[in-house]
Design a protein around this ligand. Structure first.
Ligand SMILES: C[S@@+](CC[C@H](N)C(=O)[O-])C[C@H]1O[C@@H](n2cnc3c(N)ncnc32)[C@H](O)[C@@H]1O
Length: 414
């Protein structure tokens, strides 16, 4: 690209599309190309006056700083939208939760998190019985996993989230907890931009487990944010410790979007609209989509390119040990007696057909799978019932995937 062409393109882009992240990233790239092209031009034409060279570089750098500044503002805007959204979520009582259209989906997600927590706490304990277990719960929200850490007999947990109100609610839930409690610290911070270690009461703490449930994808707005998230997640993680979590599955989202005519899909409880055209793949960072989930989430998110995430994670000493879609996660862990029992205990499934005097959460058409299973069961009795989830809830559950990394070495930078 010739210098003049590229600078003009940068100008056009910057004046007309400042709210578009893709364009901003393009501007950054063009400004850099421009610098190289202009400097090469200066050398080629033999006017290597130091001052010209420096002037070009300085001007370009100031353009670059401007583009960086604009990108940073866009990131800050996004962070405040996310924080405001989660801060505004009302705490729901038991009755309200029971009547929620995503009652079973929530329970299922809690089951997934319980299994992950229990599995990896057991692995740590098996290796080093009796040693206190320390945890970082990053993007903790209102502390949905407090009781899971208690059940796993963690000894110390640090909770961190960008939404200050959620962190306060997490702390007050913790204060009200009974029984054998762990010790805890609560931190309100943007984990994609701030250094968490600076905020720990004991900055020399070493975690056995770092858990990031349904939150990591928010960092995929930019490379710098993913790096900060990885730094926070690994800096104090012991070698041999685990970093695990749950995220929306980019592959699943893009496949579903490609089947629709307008990059939008969903059902009565959720809706996803891609804010880019998936025809030509998706950007590595800032692949933004609007996500609406009945009463829980209603804000923009970013696709996680998992191969890239894995590669970046390796720079922080992490090795992928497990990765699976939640549908397969269910198939695998529901076979284990203890976790099968938990599925029933925390009511992950709805009784089909509904018992007398009760109603199904969804429309009858959402239970065709359960009906056909019963209809085809040998020796079926009219009173036979089974546990299931409406198709609408299952469609949301299967948007997600789980991952587990193990810290294998300390990176040189630590
Ligand atoms: C879907 S909620 C999950 C909460 C909790 N982990 C759970 O499973 O119940 C996502 C959380 O990520 C948090 N979050 C989003 N962006 C963040 C950021 N940049 N830094 C820290 N937390 C963030 C939100 O405030 C929200 O509490």
């Amino acid at each position: 690209m010739r210098p003049a062409d590229s600078s003009r393109e940068a100008q056009i882009l910057s004046s007309s599309l400042l709210d578009d992240r893709d364009s901003l990233l393009r501007i950054r790239r063009i400004v850099m190309q421009n610098a190289c092209a202009l400097n090469a031009f200066a050398f080629r034409n033999n006017f290597i006056f130091k001052s010209t060279f420096l002037l070009i570089t300085r001007r370009t750098m100031s353009n670059l700083e401007e583009a960086n500044e604009i990108c940073k503002k866009a990131e800050d805007n996004h962070a405040s939208v996310v924080a405001a959204h989660y801060n505004d979520l009302k705490e729901k009582g038991l009755r309200e939760r029971f009547n929620s259209p995503i009652y079973y989906l929530r329970n299922f997600n809690n089951w997934v998190k319980s299994v992950l927590i229990q599995e990896y706490i057991n692995k740590i304990r098996d290796k080093d019985y009796g040693r206190p277990i320390k945890v970082l719960d990053i993007c903790c929200g209102k502390g949905g996993d407090l009781s899971k850490w208690q059940r796993g007999r963690a000894n110390h947990v640090i909770f961190a989230d960008i939404a200050e109100v959620s962190v306060q609610q997490c702390k007050s839930r913790f204060d009200k907890m009974y029984g054998n409690k762990f010790t805890a610290q609560f931190i309100a911070a943007d984990c994609t931009k701030e250094n968490l270690r600076d905020k720990y009461t004991d900055p020399s703490i070493k975690f056995d487990i770092v858990s990031c449930q349904f939150g990591l994808h928010y960092s995929f707005e930019s490379l710098r944010q993913v790096r900060q998230m990885l730094k926070n997640s690994t800096e104090c993680l012991k070698v041999g410790g685990y970093f695990f979590g749950t995220i929306p599955n980019a592959y699943e989202i893009v496949s579903r979007a490609k089947k629709s005519s307008n990059s939008e899909f969903g059902n009565r409880i959720y809706n996803i609209k891609l804010l880019f055209d998936p025809k030509d793949g998706y950007p590595l960072f800032g692949a933004k989509y609007d996500f609406h989930l009945e009463g829980v989430v209603d804000c923009p998110e970013f696709l996680v390119n998992f191969d890239l995430f894995r590669k970046l994670a390796s720079e922080y000493g992490l090795e992928l040990v497990y990765k699976t879609a939640l549908a397969d996660f269910y198939n695998e862990f529901s076979m284990i007696k203890e976790y099968k029992h938990l599925l029933h205990k925390i009511m992950c499934f709805e009784t089909y057909p509904s018992p007398p005097g009760q109603q199904l959460l969804g429309e009858p058409s959402e239970y065709e799978h359960a009906k056909s299973f019963l209809d085809n069961s040998e020796g079926r009795n009219e009173r036979d019932r089974l546990g299931t989830m409406s198709q609408c809830e299952w469609d949301v559950a299967t948007v997600y995937m789980a991952f587990v990394f193990k810290k294998c070495k300390t990176p040189n930078s630590e």
